[in-house]
Design a protein around this ligand. Structure first.
Ligand SMILES: [Cu+2]
Length: 505
C-alpha cells in the first residue's frame, strides 16, 4: 500500500514539474513574442472557418445519407391519413430550425475569424439599439406563431373525437406490466362497460361488466401478440392502463398516447397501407433485400419479415421491452374473416360459470338479435326454395321451449315465435304447417298426441300475433321422423323439435 502511495506522489511531482516548465515557456512568449501571438490568432481564425464549413457540410451530408432510416422519409412515409400532415409539420419545423441552425453555426465560426485578436483592435460599445431589438424579437415571434398555428390545426385534425355519424371501428387497449389486452367490440361495435371493482385476475382480469349487454359479444385478446385492423377504415383506440403509465405508440401511423391508470385516453387514425403493400414498397430498397437472419442467407429477406409494430413508449419497468406487439393491416374482407374466427370472451369463458351475472338466463339480448337475423334469412330462403326440395321448405325453431310433459309454452319462446309472426305477415300468400316432433322415449301414441298439442300451441301463438288462421295448420308426427340418432342425448334433443313448413304459395 505504502509503495502504491509513494508511486502516486512521484507521479504528481512529475506533473507539477511539467506544468511549471510550460508556464515559464508561455510567459516568455507573452513578454517577447507579440508577433508570434498575432500569427497564432490568424491561423486559429482561419482554421475556425475551415472547420465551420466542413462541419456544416458533414451535418447536411449525414442528414441526407441517413434520411431513409428516419420516419417521414424514404420508405417511412406515414401509413395513416393524418400521419402525412404530421410529417409535413415536422418538415416545416425542420426548415425553420434548419435555417437558424445553419445561420448561427456559420456566424459562430466566421466571427471567430473576423473578430480575431488584432493589433489596435477595439471592441464595439453598444448600450442599446431599438431597431435591433425589434428585429430579433419580431422574426422569432412571427415564425413561432406560424408553427404553433399550423401545429394546432394538425393536432385538432388528429385529436378531434369522432362525429356522431362517423363510422369507425372501436377497440380498447389496456396496458399492464408487461403486455397489452386488446378488446374488440363484437358485432355491435360498442365496447362494454368495465369497472375496476369487478377485476378478478383469474376470470375477469379487465373488470368487464357482464351485466352490460354491450360487453357480451366483446372479444378480449389477452396479452395478444398481434392486433389486426382493416385498411382505409377509421379506428378509434381507447387506451387505459391497469398499473403504471404506459404509452400506446404506433410509429408508422404517427400516433402515440399515454395509457394512464384511471383516466381513459384515445386517438383516432386511419391506416392507408396494408402490411403487404408496405412490404412491397420496402422491397425497392437494397438494404431491405438482405437476409433477415444473417446466419441464414437463403432465408426470408428483410422486407418479407417487415411488420408494423405497437411499442410501449414509456419506461414502465424492467420488462418494458416485452410490450412490443405486431400490428397487421389487412384488407377489409380478410379482417372480417379474422374477426369471425374469434369467439366472444363472455361465451367462451364466462357464460354459465359462477362469474356470470346472467347465470340462469336462457337467452341474452345479442343472441336474440342474432337469431332474429338468422330467422329472417331462413324464412325468406324457405319461401323462395323450389317445392321439389322438401328440406329447403322447412324452418326449424331453435328457441321454443315447453313446460315438461305439457304443451304450455315457456315465456322464453315468445321472442322467436313473435318475430316469426311478423316475418310471415310479409308473405301473406303462403300456407304453412306447424309440425311437432319428439324423440323415441315413451309410448308412440302419447308422443304423437303431445307433439300435436305442442304444434297447436305454437300455431295459436302465431295466430295471436296476427298470422291469419286460414294460412296455418298444425300436425304432430311424434317420433316418426327423426333427424338424428335416438341413441345419444344430443341426438334426442335434436329430434325433439318444432318446425314450420311452407306448403304452398
Ligand atoms: Cu409499458
Amino acid at each position: 500500500m505504502s509503495y502504491f502511495i509513494a508511486l502516486i506522489i512521484l507521479a504528481l511531482i512529475a506533473v507539477v514539474a511539467l506544468q511549471i516548465g510550460r508556464v515559464s515557456e508561455l510567459s516568455a512568449q507573452i513578454r517577447g513574442e507579440e508577433e508570434a501571438e498575432l500569427q497564432n490568432n490568424n491561423s486559429t481564425g482561419g482554421w475556425m472557418v475551415i472547420f465551420g464549413v466542413l462541419f456544416l457540410i458533414a451535418t447536411v451530408w449525414s442528414a441526407v445519407y441517413y434520411k431513409d432510416v428516419m420516419l417521414g422519409y424514404g420508405p417511412w412515409e406515414a401509413s395513416s391519413e393524418h400521419g402525412k400532415e404530421v410529417d409535413s409539420l415536422f418538415n416545416v419545423t425542420l426548415l425553420f430550425t434548419g435555417i437558424v441552425f445553419i445561420a448561427t453555426q456559420w456566424l459562430t465560426f466566421y466571427y471567430s475569424f473576423k473578430y480575431r485578436g488584432k493589433k489596435n483592435g477595439k471592441a464595439l460599445f453598444l448600450a442599446h439599439d431599438t431597431k435591433l431589438e425589434l428585429i430579433w424579437t419580431a422574426i422569432p415571434a412571427v415564425v413561432m406563431a406560424f408553427l404553433v398555428v399550423k401545429g394546432l390545426v394538425v393536432w385538432n385534425n388528429t385529436m378531434l373525437d369522432l362525429d356522431e355519424d362517423e363510422q369507425a371501428i372501436n377497440i380498447e387497449a389496456t396496458g399492464y406490466q408487461f403486455a397489452w389486452d386488446i378488446r374488440y367490440p363484437g358485432a355491435d361495435n360498442v365496447i362494454g362497460h368495465k369497472d375496476f371493482r369487478l377485476i378478478d385476475m383469474a376470470v375477469n382480469p379487465l373488470g368487464v361488466d357482464y351485466t352490460d349487454d354491450a360487453s357480451l359479444d366483446d372479444i378480449i385478446l389477452a396479452g395478444s401478440d398481434k392486433i389486426v385492423l382493416p385498411v382505409d377504415t377509421t379506428v378509434r383506440v381507447k387506451i387505459t392502463s391497469k398499473d403504471v403509465l404506459h404509452n400506446f405508440y404506433l410509429p408508422h401511423f404517427r400516433v402515440k398516447m399515454d395509457a394512464v391508470p384511471g383516466l381513459p385516453t384515445y386517438f383516432i387514425f386511419k391506416p392507408t397501407k396494408t402490411t403487404a403493400q408496405m412490404r412491397e414498397e420496402l422491397r425497392a430498397y437494397p438494404e431491405w433485400n438482405e437476409p433477415y437472419d444473417p446466419t441464414d442467407p437463403e432465408g426470408p429477406k428483410k422486407w418479407e419479415s417487415f411488420n408494423y409494430e405497437l411499442a410501449c413508449a414509456e419506461l414502465c419497468g424492467k420488462g418494458h421491452y416485452s410490450m412490443r406487439r405486431i400490428v397487421e393491416i389487412v384488407d377489409r374482407d380478410t379482417y372480417k374473416q379474422w374477426l369471425k374466427g374469434l369467439k366472444s370472451t363472455y361465451l367462451a369463458n364466462i357464460r354459465g360459470t359462477d362469474a356470470d351475472p346472467n347465470k340462469g338466463k336462457r337467452l341474452l339480448p345479442f343472441e336474440i338479435k342474432a337469431r332474429q337475423t338468422e330467422l329472417t334469412k331462413e324464412i325468406s330462403a324457405a319461401v323462395k326454395a323450389d317445392s321439389s326440395n322438401a328440406d329447403a321448405k322447412i324452418i326449424r325453431f331453435k328457441n321454443v321451449y315447453y313446460e315438461t310433459g305439457s304443451s304450455n309454452l315457456e315465456a322464453d319462446s315468445y321472442y322467436e315465435l313473435d318475430y316469426a309472426a311478423t316475418l310471415l305477415n310479409k308473405y301473406p300468400d303462403i300456407q304453412l304447417e306447424v309440425a311437432g316432433h319428439t324423440d323415441n322415449v315413451g309410448d308412440p301414441a302419447a308422443n304423437r298426441a303431445l307433439s300435436l298439442q305442442r304444434a297447436t300451441s305454437v300455431m295459436n301463438r302465431l295466430i295471436e300475433k296476427g298470422v291469419s288462421a286460414a294460412r296455418l295448420k298444425s300436425a304432430g308426427y311424434g317420433d316418426a321422423s327423426p333427424i338424428d340418432s335416438n341413441d345419444t342425448e344430443e341426438g334426442k334433443a335434436n329430434n325433439r323439435r318444432t318446425e314450420l313448413r311452407v306448403i304452398s304459395q
